[in-house]
Design a protein around this ligand. Structure first.
Ligand SMILES: *Cc1c(COP(=O)(O)O)cnc(C)c1O
Length: 465
């Protein structure tokens, strides 16, 4: 094979930029960027020629050079983060952005961040203020805690709490609560990172109050309870509740920390879900510090919210780690607005998308399924389309055993496989993410907003073609 001839066949940059297709992308984009990409693609082509033994493959690559360049430029210059339609029925879908926030709150963020704000400014006094001040009072009112602050996520909250309260000392944790949340958040590892020493007590299934008491040493700085958000230990089990533990802790002047994972402020059992401990209850039962996620059941922005005793929270606010973990103005604005909704439970259920999706009336979900069916009525020859019963999940490691009755549209295409159909939905302009079950495409209507029905039906129709 004469590779030199191939190398000579690669057009030079000044020739390439005269091609109409390249001229077109130079018109739309930065010229230097396009030239940089032309160099990268031609260098890559040279390497390919050096390493390849197939004349056909080399010729194809050379013929495709311009198309490759155009694709590379587009890939870099187009925005990659996209709105997607969540047809999985999983409300807190970790890969799809966990909690979604309302338009009202998004508008509020826009209003605050597109101009200057009083993020850290006390307007009344005309002096420096605190970024937590915008929601601290309201959170204290709702939860009964004395003080509140927030950091970037709950993993950071746990780390900050332990580092502030127990660095270099011991923290007692039950073996039944050594949780792995995912994304490499494991309680024992976080404790190491915080500089505190984990003292494991009890067994996987049973931990008694005496286990806690017997483990106390001079070095003990706190008890930590971790809510087993994403799994349940059932059967022959025993664990110590916050109430009992706080009685013991008072006797020894030790604080109790609780990581409750999901920040539930409303008793969800009223809405037919399994009971999940609320922040208020943890405080009422005597926890000194409680932390939880902002974007799980709370339904707000990604954040780790810490509530509890004023003296302890004040120390955390002064910890240098806080500077590395502090929330920005986007988060502070969204948190304030979300907590505002909780002043009235009815308004929280209605206006916080996570809660309204969880409590959505099945009749309304069915109506929405019917409206999609009507829009798809012209597709009868293309597929078997039906409304079926299905079960939605909460997701995000919250309420792991809970399944909520829902309605879905099931689609079995006639002339393409279900896999190809799913692939086309996923790669549409607005990607639609769904499940496949029993060789049918399942679109759970619970997580689909009314204003997404039109675009969803268009995307489905296009996927048959
Ligand atoms: C989800 C969870 C975390 C981690 O929270 P992020 O906000 O995802 O960082 C920590 N602890 C528990 C118990 C959780 O459920």
């Amino acid at each position: 094979m004469n590779k030199n001839a191939y190398f000579r066949n690669i057009p030079k940059v000044d020739i390439l930029i005269e091609d109409e297709r390249i001229k077109n992308i130079i018109k739309k984009n930065d010229r230097d960027l396009v030239i940089e990409i032309i160099r990268e693609r031609t260098d890559e082509l040279r390497k390919f020629i050096t390493n390849s033994d197939s004349e056909q493959a080399i010729e194809e690559r050379i013929a495709n050079l311009i198309v490759d360049i155009v694709k590379s430029v587009n890939k870099i210059t187009e925005l990659n983060m996209k709105k997607v339609i969540n047809g999985t029925g999983t409300i807190l879908h970790t890969n799809l952005g966990r909690a979604i926030i309302s338009e009202k709150i998004a508008d509020r963020i826009k209003e605050i961040v597109t101009g200057y704000s009083n993020l850290e400014y006390d307007i009344e006094k005309g002096e420096r203020g605190e970024r937590y001040s915008h929601f601290e009072d309201i959170v204290c009112r709702i939860t009964g805690a004395e003080a509140c602050m927030a950091v970037n996520n709950n993993a950071a909250a746990v780390m900050l709490i332990l580092s502030t309260m127990a660095k270099g000392n011991e923290v007692i944790v039950s073996r039944g609560e050594l949780v792995e949340i995912g994304g490499s958040f494991r309680v024992p590892d976080v404790m190491i990172q915080s500089g505190s020493k984990l003292v494991e007590i009890g067994t996987t299934n049973k931990t008694h109050l005496s286990d806690y008491e017997n483990a106390i040493t001079e070095e003990t700085k706190a008890f930590l309870k971790v809510h087993t958000s994403n799994y349940r230990i059932v059967g022959f089990t025993e664990s110590v509740g916050i109430k009992e533990l706080s009685e013991l802790s008072k006797k020894h002047s030790l604080p109790v920390i609780e990581d409750i994972g999901s920040g539930v402020l409303i008793d969800l059992s009223k809405y037919g879900l399994a009971y999940e401990p609320t922040v208020q209850e943890s405080i009422r039962n005597g926890a000194d510090v409680v932390c939880f996620s902002g974007d799980k059941l709370l339904g707000g922005p990604q954040a780790g919210i810490i509530v509890g005793r004023k003296d302890l929270i004040n120390k955390m606010k002064k910890n240098p780690l806080t500077r590395a973990m502090r929330i920005d103005k986007f988060t502070a604005t969204a948190l304030e607005a979300v907590f505002h909704e909780y002043l009235d439970e009815e308004s929280a259920i209605k206006n916080i998308p996570v809660l309204s999706m969880i409590t959505r009336d099945i009749k309304e979900i069915e109506k929405q399924a019917e409206s999609l069916m009507t829009k798809l009525s012209g597709c009868k020859e293309k597929a078997t389309i039906e409304i079926e019963d299905c079960l939605s999940q909460i997701g995000g490691g919250s309420l792991p055993l809970e399944r909520i009755k829902s309605k879905c549209i099931s689609i079995k295409p006639n002339s393409i496989t279900t896999q190809i159909f799913e692939n086309r939905l996923r790669n549409s302009q607005i990607p639609v993410i769904i499940r496949i079950a029993n060789d049918k495409a399942i679109i759970d209507m619970r997580t689909i907003a009314t204003n997404e029905i039109e675009i969803l039906s268009q995307t489905i129709k296009n996927a048959f073609i």
